[in-house]
Ligand binder design. Sequence first.
Ligand SMILES: [Zn+2]
Length: 241
Amino acid sequence: MPHASNFLLGQLAPATLSRLAPHLSVVDLAAAEVIAEPHQRIQRVYFPHSGIISCIVELADGSTIETGMIGRDGVFGASQALDDKVSLNLVTMQIGGRASVIPPERLRALASDMPDFKALLVKYEQFFLAQVQQTAACNAVHDIDARTCKWLARMHDLAGPDLLLTQEFFARMMGVRRTSVTTVAGALQDAGLISYSRGRLHIADIEQIRKRACECDDAVRSHFRRVFAPAETDTQKDRCV
Ligand SMILES: [Zn+2]
C-alpha cells in the first residue's frame, strides 16, 4: 500500500490503515512549494513518502532559519488539525517528493474515532517538539561547520546522497550569510566529503560528514527511538531516523 511508505502510516494496524486509506490521496510536491503560510489555517495534513518538508522562522529583517525538518518519518499539520490551530511558521518543501494528504477536519474526525491513530500522531508531536528544541540549542551554540555537517547528515538520511539545492537556499536554512556557506562547502569539497556543481550537491563520504557533525543529529535520533521504541523494529529504526 503506497500510504505505508510513510513511517507513521506504516506503523498503523492494517485495519486502522484500511479505514484511513479512502480519505487519503497521494500528491507530488515540487521543491520550494509552500505547504503552509505563517498564521494561516492549514489546508492539508502531509504524511511524506519522500522529499523533505522544512519549517522556517522568518525574522523582521528578512533573515530566516530552519527550526524543523520532516521527512518520511513524520507528518506535518497533525497537531494543527487536532487542535484546529494555525501554522506558526512558514512551511515549504525543501526537497521535492510525494506525500499522502488528508483535509485537517477529516483527520480530526478520524483521529477521534481511532485512538491508536491519535496516539501515534501525539507521539510524533512529542518527537517533533524535541527536535525543535534541539535545533534551537544547536543554532545558538554550535559552530557553522558542525551544524552544516549535522544538516547534511539529516538530509542524507531523509533524501539520499544527491541533493538539489542552491547555496542561497542552504544559507537561508542555516541562518547564515551565503559567503559563510561558500566557505564551509568549499572546505568540505576540498576534503573530498562533498561535491557541488550547479545547484546539485553530492555527499561523497557520509561517515566523515557524521564524524564532523555536532551531537545534535544523534540526539534527535535518540529522541525518535525513545518515543517510538515500543512499536519499532531495528530495521525501521535504521531506515527512518
Ligand atoms: Zn548541534
